[in-house]
Design a protein around this ligand. Structure first.
Ligand code: PHE
Length: 416
């Protein structure tokens, strides 16, 4: 790794001892599913963009960001677990594939827009199953108001809320027992009479957006839950009731004033004026939305180039996906004694890199410590299945053999 470099979307980056990007992941950076006109991810994006028609769409930010953009600028502390090497794809110690679109909030602000949407591919190391994939897409929404005279601006904010209201009349039930208190406070620099209308505007904007997306649900139930993000306060998560389950859709909140002020630093406007600018932000996972709205059963399908998948979306509308027949799985177990360190995300990375999209699910099925040797043993079940064809046992045996060798070599385990 030392001394070598990678090319990503026309830029060159040097690698170091932090690098953990893999060729399979880097290959995804050129796909840009959110910009393919008849791809479900892009269809959801454009529905949201149409809903927030006056927002500036920013969809082409480079997926490589600095750790400062991804973390420090957003007040994510240096020891925060979200920075772990096992959760992120680092190019080197100071550069990474963005883990969320929030990494571009400052750029959005510096673009001069007071309301904007940012969509893009984001990268996180994670477990393997039908709803997790190391690359997915997010959409960030951001709007700020100049609240220098709160009593006047509050009227404007409320007027903006009123404009959106007819679209959601009587068809949405919101459950909101969130409380603003010391655990989820209004920021000390925000006068309460300025913060409250901004909060109302945020909640209303998101309520009306999901009402639009879920227009087929006659009685949409939406729940607001208190949350925590280092870059917003107060913060919430929004959930919708879908087929009997509460589904977490997005995180949001009132933007940390330090971000607003940092955006002002490079502009001519004085920081004292920036202080009166109060913003809200939200971040949605687009796959999550697309899976429920289109009835797409497996997250790997979004990456499929199979016309039986893609052709269904040519019309650009939201409708229920017709699954093509599910091909049979091929299931393999593997057991090993652990070495010094163990991290399940590292294991999943190795499996994913060898098997690609043929791996559907990785589950731990056994975990015990030997009473005499004190060695810990694990057994994992790997489900292999192709989205578009039958796989043969022989083919999967070959893959499994490579997986076993790589796991042994890279993770220091002893195969059983
Ligand atoms: N970036 C957050 C995430 O990925 C979501 C978020 C966006 C929360 C904007 C608050 C404001 O989980």
């Amino acid at each position: 790794k030392q001394g070598s470099a990678v090319h990503i979307n026309g830029q060159i980056y040097s690698l170091d001892s932090w690098s953990n990007v893999t060729p399979g992941i880097l290959a995804k950076t050129t796909r840009k599913l959110h910009l393919h006109p008849s791809h479900p991810i892009s269809i959801i994006r454009s529905h949201i963009e149409n809903h927030f028609a006056t927002f500036k769409p920013l969809n082409n930010y480079h997926p490589v960001v600095t750790t400062r953009q991804n973390f420090d600028d957003l007040y994510i502390p240096v020891d925060h677990p979200s920075r772990n090497i096992s959760d992120n794809y680092y190019i080197n110690q100071t550069t990474m594939l963005r883990a969320h679109t929030s990494a571009h909030q400052l750029q959005g602000l510096r673009s001069g827009a007071s309301k904007f949407l940012i969509s893009g591919d984001v990268y996180r190391r994670d477990e393997i199953d039908a709803s997790h994939y190391p690359v997915f897409h997010q959409m960030e929404g951001f709007q700020y108001f100049d609240m220098s005279v709160p009593s006047i601006t509050a009227d404007q904010v409320n007027a903006d809320i009123a404009i959106q209201t007819p679209t959601i009349a009587n068809k949405i039930h919101t459950f909101d027992d969130t409380v603003i208190n010391v655990r989820n406070p209004i920021q000390s620099s925000h006068p309460i009479e300025a913060a409250m209308p901004v909060i109302a505007h945020l909640k209303h904007s998101l309520n009306s957006m999901v009402r639009m997306l879920f227009h087929d649900e006659p009685d949409l139930q939406v729940k607001w839950v208190d949350a925590y993000f280092p870059f917003t306060s107060p913060s919430w998560e929004m959930e919708v009731l879908y087929q009997g389950k509460w589904l977490e859709l997005c995180g949001c909140g009132v933007v940390h004033q330090g971000i607003m002020n940092a955006a002002g630093e490079n502009l001519l406007s004085a920081i004292s004026i920036q202080d009166y600018k109060i913003g809200w932000a939200f971040g949605f996972g687009l796959e999550r939305l697309a899976m429920v709205l289109f009835d797409i059963p497996d997250i790997r399908l979004f990456w499929s180039q199979d016309p039986r998948f893609l052709d269904q979306f040519a019309g650009g509308k939201i409708f229920k996906f017709q699954p093509f027949s599910k091909y049979p799985p091929c299931i393999k177990d593997m057991s090993f004694w652990l070495g010094e360190e163990w991290n399940e995300n590292n294991f999943c990375s190795v499996v994913r890199e060898v098997a690609g999209d043929i791996v559907e699910d990785v589950k731990k099925i056994d975990d015990f410590v030997h009473s005499k040797t004190n060695k810990r043993s694990m057994c994992y079940r790997i489900v292999y299945r192709s989205m578009d064809r039958n796989v043969t046992n022989e083919e999967i045996n070959n893959i499994q053999e490579v997986v076993r060798n790589q796991v042994q070599e890279k993770l220091g385990v002893e195969l059983r």
